[in-house]
Design a protein around this ligand. Structure first.
Ligand code: FE2
Length: 194
């Protein structure tokens, strides 16, 4: 098992549905822009709390129905009990952080190639941004576009090497569904409805 990211064998979304997601994000850009992106960089370690749930762009109930329908017409049938759908757009780098209260998501990268890195540090402090911490790079990924993966939000992670392109992702937050990322990796099929 990979400690940080696990690719899942689930179908890609149809191009016109991806287009719909991209347009939807663009029409509501203030809501879905990554908060980490907008407010970061200067604060000191221990001062700046990571984003976690507090600033997460969660879709409302009507929107939830829209995206559930979208998934279902792509052959994806999930059990949504205790699951929240999240849309996120980011540009440029995202500084290393861990996400308070958010352990694991099942995410689909609609667009945006980038390098996602995971880090460790001595005397780990959870749930903050690590603007000025001494970090050791532990792993690096280029997550394939148009694919599904489980993501470990409890490990220090950041995104680099955007070439001024935007990244758009739709995700199911599995934090209330599984104990942690490892539990999700082992048991993620529980969220599938046959
Ligand atoms: Fe994060």
């Amino acid at each position: 098992m990979d400690k940080y990211i696990t690719s899942l064998d689930l179908p890609s979304l149809k191009s016109d549905d991806e287009e719909f997601i991209i347009n939807y994000v663009h029409e509501n850009i203030d809501r879905f822009n990554s908060w980490v992106n907008v407010n970061n960089f200067t604060s000191r370690i221990g001062v700046n709390v990571g984003t976690g749930f507090s600033n997460l762009p969660i879709v409302d109930e009507d929107e939830q129905r829209t995206f559930i329908d979208l998934f279902e017409r792509n052959g994806l049938f999930f059990d949504y009990e205790d699951v929240i759908i999240v849309l996120q757009r980011s540009k440029n780098n995202i500084i290393p952080h861990t996400d308070p209260g958010r352990t694991c998501t099942l995410a689909y990268l609609v667009k945006g190639e980038a390098e996602t890195k995971f880090y460790s540090m001595e005397n780990f402090v959870p749930n903050i941004n690590y603007a000025n911490a001494k970090l050791h790079t532990e792993a690096s990924y280029v997550i394939p576009q148009r694919s599904w993966y489980l993501f470990n939000h409890s490990k220090i992670h950041g995104v680099e090497n955007f070439q001024d392109s935007e990244r758009i992702q739709i995700a199911l937050n599995l934090t209330s569904k599984f104990i942690d990322y490892q539990d999700a990796v082992e048991n993620w099929k529980r969220i599938l409805i046959d």
